[in-house]
Every structure is written in structure tokens, then in C-alpha cells.
Design a protein around this ligand. Sequence first.
Ligand code: GLN
Length: 474
Amino acid sequence: MTPRTAVDTAAGVRSGSLRAADVLEEHLARVASREAEIHAFNLVTQDAARARAADIDRRVAAGEDLGPLAGVTIALKDNLCTRGVPTTCSSRILEGWKPPYDASVVERLAAAGAVFVGKTNLDEFAMGSSTENSAFGPTRNPLDTSRVPGGSSGGSAAAVAADFATVAIGSDTGGSIRQPAALCGVVGVKPTYGAVSRYGLIAFASSLDQIGPFTHTVEDAALLMEVISGHDARDSTSIPQPAMQLRQELGKGVEGLRIGRITDLPAGADPGIMARLDAAFAALEAQGASIVDVQVPAFTYGLTAYYLVAPAEASSNLARYDGVRFGMRVEAPDTNAMYSATRAAGFGDEVKRRIMIGTYALSAGYFDAYYGKALKIRRLIANDFAAAYAKADVLLTPTSPTVAFELGSKGDNPLAMYLCDTYTIPTNLVGHPAMSVPFGTAELGLPAGVQIMAPTLGEPVMFRVAAALEEAAK
Ligand code: GLN
């Protein structure tokens, strides 16, 4: 059965034909039957959710309008601050910490009538592409539980794919919304940098991080974007513009649009994945778009630049976990020893690796050779994209080079894991929006995602193309 969408849920709850409490119980029943196997959540907040759903039903009965997400169940990645509710980043170092405030996105979703069902698992501090780097154990892909859901927002993607919640929220620094969306067969959006407030998102790499939705449909993704986007004075990088209006774009079709094919795209995607990309171009052409060849020569250096810029920023952002201010503390004879003991015990291997790489890349003797050079690549990528967008309205690539892979299959090889991000990282480096739309199946009959990229604030045209692809996939 196709899961009920957010649009239909809210319409039903607002009109009184559907009870928020019943919607919630359907989701909680699925959680009860499959969560032990999947482990999408670090915490299921069923008591708070039940109280909230009951309150919504009471207020609807009293004639109140609860808003565009009335009664919609939402799973939140566990790096989003929720007041009084543990927020762990799937790290031991934050165990027991309860944020004193809600992230702006959480506030906005609540004001729109949402019901939060829990906090989802992630790679520790969002560093990874499989959710295997969680300190609390991996999440499994609901479509094949021997396989990963992708990462780092693997718990959010799995929660939607398993219909534990109608929609979910994740964060994307180098692909962490789009890649798990592709591997789990759902829609995932990385908005333009600054379009959605990062206030209350625990920082990984501040110049790259963005919050975005996971949904079953493009329309639900547009609705979520309308609720969470728009200026927020509490995030200094927030774009001073009102919330986006995207649902109005969905019916416009792609007639006359120029869809860019990157001819010098880095190789390495599986044949089945490339076949789906070709099918996506053909489908859009059949609907009246034209396909144009473009080049983005610096695209291929994105991965290298990212794995210097992101760790550099992380090494600075994660300096705050010192055993004094948040979560865990390991006692030791003096303060420096306490810092070391806390960080040694609190962080996992991947986080430590990033902190060391980042610290090295920023150190006085190596800054020019590593961090400085990465910033130059970042500029080259931006220049190349600007030239490409002079010829094309959007660009299409695979989201992930492969379908969902088996747990443990990338083992101890961090570089193999980093290659998962080849196609998603360049947009983060330049701040552009991108989204993954499920487009049939590839190897082993597992879902394939097509990535649609657009220039800064190009969400309207990006969603038009997404709606056309979704229609074609039917
Ligand atoms: N997989 C990438 C990394 O490990 C991206 C993660 C993310 O977007 N948060 O850094």
C-alpha cells in the first residue's frame, strides 16, 4: 500500500475526516513491529507524540486550524536540538545532554501542526555515508535489511521508507540527505545554503551544512520546504527572504527547459545507475525539455576539496566537546588530562580521524598546501558551475554511484566510503540546491535516485523537474 502523504494527512486532519491520534497509532504500530530490526531511531517519543496528537484532535474539534502539517508525523535527525529531549548526534560524548532550546526548524514544524515521533540515528556527528558510524549501532535499510540505508541521515531515510513517520528531517553537508534518500527509494532535498535556518542544528561543517526533508512525494517535499524555509535572524547565514512557495511550480511541466548533461562527470557509477540517468534524460526530453551538454571540469576535485574543508571546520566546531560544557566527562587529575580522557572516550574513530585531518590541514605549516588549496578548488567549482548554468537550467547526475550496499562491505576503508559522495559534494561546496528523486531500480532491483542540481535559489525550477521525473517514474 502506498503510504499516506503529508498533504493528504494534513487535509484529512484539518477537515476532521482523519484523527491525528489514529494516524500516529498506525505509525507506532509499524515501529513496534519493525524497529527492533531496522533501528531507525535513537529515541521514540511516543508519550509526547500521543499527547500532542490528542491535543491536535481536541483543537480541531474546537474549530481551530492547526496549519499545513496538522497531524503529520515527523522523525527528526538526532543532531537537531529539541528542548528537554536528548540530542546525541549518535555520539557517546553527548550522552545525557538535553538541549535547552528547539532548533528553528523544529519550532516551525511544530507551529505548522506536526507531531514528532522521535530522534533518528545517524553517523556520529553526521560523518559517514552508511549510518554504520553511529555509536549506538547501525540502521538497516527497510528494503533489504542486510544493506545500509546510506548516511549520514540513514535513520531519517529509513524511518520514511518504513513508514515509521510520514516525513523526516535530515541534514546534508556532503550528501547526507540525498544519498540515503536514493538508497531507500524516497525523495530528499538539500536546499540552497542559507534558505533554511541552521539555528539549533549541531554544527559539523558550518559553511556546508543545510537542513532538508525526506518524503515519499515531491509535493510533500515542496510543502515541507515551504514550512521550514525563510529568513531567521538567529542564523547569521540565513538569506533575508520569505519562505519559498514551491507547490505552485509542480504542475508547470518541463517544456522548454534546458536539462544539462555533464559530459566530464567523474566515472565510477554502476551501469544500472547510469542507465537510470539516461532514462531520466529521455523522459524529460519526451516531455518537451531539451538536453544540453555541459562541462564542469573541477567537479572531479570536489571530493578532495571537501575532505579538507569539512574536517577543517569540524576540527574547530567539535573543540567545544571538552567535558565541561556538554554531556560526558571522564574525570582525571588535571583539566588537560580530563579534556583528553573525555575526548578519547567520547568520540568514535571516524570523528577522531576528521579532527586530526582538519587540525593538520589548518596548521600553520600546512595551511597553504591543504586548506588554502581546497578553497581555491572551491572557487574553481563555482566558476565551472556558473558557466554550465549559463547553458542549462538544471543539471542531472546520479545521486549515488551504487545502490544500497551491504553492511560492513566498506569495512575499514574510509576512502571507499568517501567515494559514495562523488556526485553530491560539489553542490555543498558552492551552496547550490540539489535533490534526489527515486527513478526506478538498478542493480539487484534496488532503488536508484537521480540528482537534480540547480543554481542558488533555483528550487522552483528544480522542483518542476522533480515533479516531471516523479510523473515519468510512475
Ligand atoms: N558522507 C559525507 C561525510 O562523511 C557527507 C556527510 C554529510 O553530508 N553530513 O562527510
